[in-house]
Design a protein around this ligand. Sequence first.
Ligand code: PEP
Ligand code: MG
Length: 748
Amino acid sequence: MPKPGSDSRELLRRLRATLAEDNEGQERLDHITQIVAQGMGTEVCSIYLRRDAQTLELCATEGLKKESVHQTRMRFGEGLVGRIAKEARAINAENANREKGFRYMPETGEERYSSLLGVPIQRLGEILGVLVVQNKQPRFYSDDEVYALEIVAMVIAEMKELGAFVGEGDAMSAPHQRPFLFNGTTGQEGVAEGVIVLHDPQIVVSNPVTDDPEAEKARLQDAMNQLRISVDDLLGANIKVGDEEHRDVLEAYRMFANSKGWVSRLESSIDSGLAAEVAVEKEQSATRARMARVPDPYLRDRLHDLDDLSNRLLRLLTGQGRHSSDKLPENPILVARNIGPGELLEYGKKLKGIVLEEGSVGSHAAIIARAWAIPMVIHATNITREALNGDAILVDGDQGLAHLRPDDSVTNAFRDKIAMVSEAREKFAAIREEPAETLDGVTISLMMNAGLMLDLPSLEGSGAEGVGLFRTELQFLMRSAVPRRNELAETYSRVMDAAAGKPVVFRTLDIGSDKVLPFWKPQDEPNPAMGWRAIRLGLDKPGLMKMQIQALLRGAKGRPLRVMFPFIAQFNEFRDARALFFNVVESEKRLGHTMPSEIKIGAMLETPSLAFAPDRFFELCDFISIGGNDLKQFFYAADRENERVRRRYDTLNVSFLTFIGQIAERCKSFDTPLSFCGEDAGRPLEALCLAAMGLRSLSMRPASVGPVKDMIRRHNLNEVRAVIDAAFASGEQSVRPALMAYLEKTDA
Ligand code: PEP
Ligand code: MG
């Protein structure tokens, strides 16, 4: 067995020499199993490579029966080899057949061998295969032997990545060449074709083995020093009062960058013959495997920090870096594990599409993508491992799909879809200045939802009549400290300037639930969506709300002001919030500030309870806006963020539509203006039904205004209502099928 150090280096040198041989992938792989068996002093060495997402295939062996090569396969988790792949960790067994999960593969003849040592072949946390050695004699392999085999597996992984084992069959296909379909979730609708820009490009290592460990360690030291300086710089530049979270991350970076354990593990790998970058990758694979196993979110975050730091170190070592945003290729599609709003803003509107492995619909990045109408797919698991810079990709934001390296038939079908979308866009542009008036003469006011300054230009382009919902918390979510009152007043003023006289409805802070302010210690609540959020928090801690009201009053600079409170569940909450508002008005007057020429105070109806509030509520409220996203989740008791239950209940369900109709009736009887600002308002069919149930104002994403207006202008509201009523009477659960049939007939 090789000892770490010179023996191991000799073994790695012999492995590397196979790269220079003029061999096919299969011969090279066979040769490697011989070299490893000989170098490690074992009777068997086998290499299993990944054939597809879930299967491994025996691709070469020294010692087992040759007939079993490319015949023996196992699923991840199956047998000891499958377990090594699934759990991404070594198995060291004195008597393999007594080990839990052992599966006998008669075709290999392995029953003669008692002891087994297997390690994952992995690169940056991705399992590429499994490397196994076996002996007849029952024995445990020493820690040095396990380590040596892991080092060998690293070199095999790098060789695989370099395309050294290309041959017949899926297990030996060339890396990064096959088409892949990623089935994710819609972050922003729309379709785009382009080339991939990886936010963290794949590092290419052409020589995974070093001949001169001392020089390699000096190179590592150098990169480490640069890393420490850059982390210190970041710490110096970023620490502001209240910036605790950011400081935490950077302190964690600094801790890792100075961690002796980390550095000494890297140096041992180099002593064993690995190039510095492969040594970093080896540690990174271990971190990623641990990340997948750690249930504690805090620890997982710290492991993420270490992973980010390793990426920085790799970039320093290889000189391979990120794209600078002014050197993007044509039609760039950004692919990343996740991205923060600041980084996304740096790329700017030049991006044609975005695909993320993580992310969420409510994330800041998604909000920006929506504001810019950049098609976006989230939850595209593992795409950053498979994709290379410059690969072709099709992004289908409507369906939440990303086609990586698509074949021609997929590309052609996709181009037809893009053509249809741009045709539709022209059609919507043509009716931009027209009213949203139904065939029977009912006019619906179409407004847009916004939350950032950069949303405002869409007001002009979309044809919306104003901003029906301005989510003020986004200004807070994007910062690491509480914004100052003057700064906020200035922002609100600029929002009103940009709206150029069109109405803007500002919603006071809706924080809590999934919207956790970076500078606010999150509350540990069992059920945050039903917890201490929005107006509940505002009334219990009025300081922040008062400050925001002052900023709104000052920002209006004498213009009319519309404000609504989120998540009002009962009348007294509205009454108290309204009273607090007018107290602030009085004190602002006393301070001599100019007051808005008109003030309208509304409430968001987001819990069913408010629909049954006392009459006085409807009399006192200047307007009501239905927050359909929340209302629906509480009406059906179905978490809006839980994909499993969210889609189960239809907006066009008879119960929900009946409820909406009742709210509309009640508001009408008090002459209280009513609008709807949940996501459903932006879906043409849903919007048409809401109008038929009595809604006269809808607020939606800017990109939805055109399609909704088109739908409304082409239909007769009385007829639609008659279809809905007939469906109600029929005993069906949802009016959707009846409406679809009606639309098919009328649109024909
Ligand atoms: C809603 O709940 O429908 C709404 C508009 O508010 P948010 O989506 O911000 O909770
Ligand atoms: Mg809401």
